[in-house]
Design a protein around this ligand. Structure first.
Ligand SMILES: [Zn+2]
Ligand SMILES: [Zn+2]
Ligand SMILES: [Zn+2]
Length: 152
């Protein structure tokens, strides 16, 4: 996994650019709070919980109440620029924002990094099986835990 050594500022810049563009396309606005929340989610490749986001905002001198943080997160989820990692009750930035996809994550239990992969054949077999079983998929995220290459 390359997430341990790279120029992360490029990831953050790219994420903000994508979110700004997606907002423009939809006629919505990336408000200061939404942007700050997105930057916090992107502070690393480790999923971050809503409470930690709230604390960081308060440290930055912003008195964001919990509901506003949750609303900002919901907006970013809906925009498709962040994913929710249910098993960790936390959020992580999407590496392919704007493209609807079933996301799969490898979650490292040692360093906490979440690596997103978008494997079409995994997606296809899940969708085909769901159709066969008459199952309507709501939450697509697949979470696989283990050790990343750097932590083994
Ligand atoms: Zn990065
Ligand atoms: Zn994604
Ligand atoms: Zn690791």
């Amino acid at each position: 996994m390359t997430v341990h050594s790279h120029d992360h500022q490029l990831c953050v810049d790219e994420a903000i650019r994508s979110a700004t563009r997606l907002c423009q396309e939809r006629g919505s606005r990336l408000t200061d709070l939404r942007k700050q929340v997105l930057q916090l989610v992107w502070s690393s490749h480790k999923p971050i919980g809503a409470y930690d986001i709230l604390k960081s905002l308060q440290n930055q001198g912003r008195s964001g109440a919990p509901p506003t943080v949750y609303r900002a997160l919901d907006f970013l989820l809906e925009l498709g620029v962040v994913h929710r990692i249910s098993s960790m009750n936390a959020y992580v930035g999407c590496t392919e924002p704007g493209l609807p996809h079933i996301s799969q994550f490898f979650l490292c239990i040692a360093c906490g990094v979440a690596a997103e992969l978008n494997n079409q054949s995994v997606n296809d077999s899940i969708e085909i099986t769901a159709t066969e079983m008459g199952f309507k998929i709501q939450d697509h995220t697949i979470e696989v835990s283990g050790l990343c290459s750097a932590c083994q």
